[in-house]
Design a protein around this ligand. Structure first.
Ligand SMILES: *Cc1c(COP(=O)(O)O)cnc(C)c1O
Length: 376
């Protein structure tokens, strides 16, 4: 089956090619070079933070941030049960335990009213994930953290330039983490970034990123570090993407408006909810089928794939997957995840293609509507 419309696709232009060729021609292809420092300083000033630290992917950025925050075996970290697996895995890499909290209907972001019950004497921090481009309620999360003497790490891997009252997500907590994977809002192929205003935290991140080598004394290693460095080639792509980022995001805004307009009155579809009216960015356009089993949702996606349209299921909750299974109740996550579909979302998606996606979706909903028992 050939895929006519993929669920995501990077937008690579002339500028990316030009900067990458510059790396190749000048032989600066490894993890030293001017594009790395340019990307870091430009990202920091865009975000309005003191420090931006590149890494080789978003998962290592999360791990590095937790190492710098001194997360230790036996510690606990609050994590929403619906997120990409990397958020929880980074906690596990430190020997610590992600303690899962249920999410809010529709936005699927962590429910702040359920955080306090999950806090124990072992809790060290909260990871706020801004899922699918929707800012989590940072006001509520930060005030809980302050009352309980916890740090807040923002996983903004899917939410570049989403904001709350004019402040970009990733600049509000103690530190923020971004991913530049090929399907993210801006990409470096693989890549990541940490943002922070904390000087001490930033220097620990730089120390642990580069094999723990003392910055003042070469090949002297006071700690066990990692090689989590980004290459100059990745940073060259990243700098070009950053220079084009506002355009890439406004294309996504447009795509979201078209989807919203064409889907808002469909009786069987619920759209993503953004109750606080924060400035979201459209990483992946989400819909939820009403009164639908997970198996019927999967059948709808399969029918769409037959039409050449690739979609994705909303993330499975962590609490149902083997590494993080537990007996607590997560009623909202359980109700919502199995009804959710990510529709194709990328800057170069055309209106004609959006209409094709919707035509296929509507037909698949109709074709599965009256025999839901077949899917159970
Ligand atoms: C993509 C993503 C990551 C990990 O980023 P990689 O660059 O793929 O390692 C972490 N958290 C969330 C929420 C993500 O979407």
């Amino acid at each position: 089956m050939t895929i006519k419309i993929p669920v995501a696709q990077p937008d690579i232009g002339e500028l990316e090619t030009q900067y990458v060729l510059d790396c190749l021609n000048t032989k600066w292809i490894s993890s030293n070079g001017s594009y790395i420092s340019k990307l870091e300083s430009k990202f920091a000033s865009m975000m309005g933070v003191k420090h931006a630290i590149t890494t080789n992917n978003g998962t290592t950025a999360l791990h590095l941030a937790l190492v710098a925050l001194d997360l230790k075996p036996g510690d606990e970290v609050i994590v929403p049960t619906i997120t990409y697996i990397a958020t929880a895995n980074a906690v596990s890499y430190c020997g610590a335990k992600p303690v899962l909290v249920d999410v809010l209907p529709g936005s699927l972001n962590i429910d702040p009213s359920k955080i306090e019950d999950a806090i124990t004497p072992k809790t060290k921090g909260i990871i706020a994930v801004h899922l699918y481009g929707y800012p989590a309620d940072m006001g509520a999360i930060k005030s809980i953290a302050e009352h309980n003497d916890l740090w807040v790490l923002e996983d903004a891997a899917e939410s570049h330039k989403a904001s709350i009252n004019g402040k970009f997500v990733g600049s509000i907590g103690d530190c923020g983490v971004f991913s530049f994977f090929g399907n993210k809002i801006m990409t470096t192929g693989e890549g990541g970034m940490i943002t922070t205003n904390d000087d001490a935290l930033a220097s620990r991140m730089r120390l642990f990123r580069g094999q723990g080598m003392d910055v003042e004394r070469r090949y002297w290693h006071p700690v066990i570090g990692y090689n989590y460095r980004m290459t100059n080639i990745q940073a060259a792509i990243g700098l070009a993407q950053l220079e084009r980022l506002d355009k890439l995001i406004s294309r996504r805004d447009h795509i979201k408006r078209v989807y919203d307009y064409l889907l808002k009155d469909h009786p069987d579809i619920e759209l993503n909810r953004n109750p606080n009216n924060y400035r979201d960015v459209c990483w992946l356009y989400n819909i939820f089928i009403k009164n639908c089993s997970r198996l019927r949702r999967d059948a709808i996606m399969k029918l769409m794939l037959k039409d050449g349209i690739e979609t994705r299921p909303v993330f499975y909750p962590l609490h149902i997957m083997p590494p993080y299974e537990n007996n607590n109740n997560y009623p909202i996550a359980d109700d919502w995840y199995g009804r959710g579909i990510n529709l194709p979302t990328y800057s170069e998606l055309t209106e004609a293609e959006i209409k094709e996606v919707i035509k296929s979706l509507v037909k698949a909903i109709d074709d599965t509507k009256f025999n839901d028992e077949n899917w159970c």
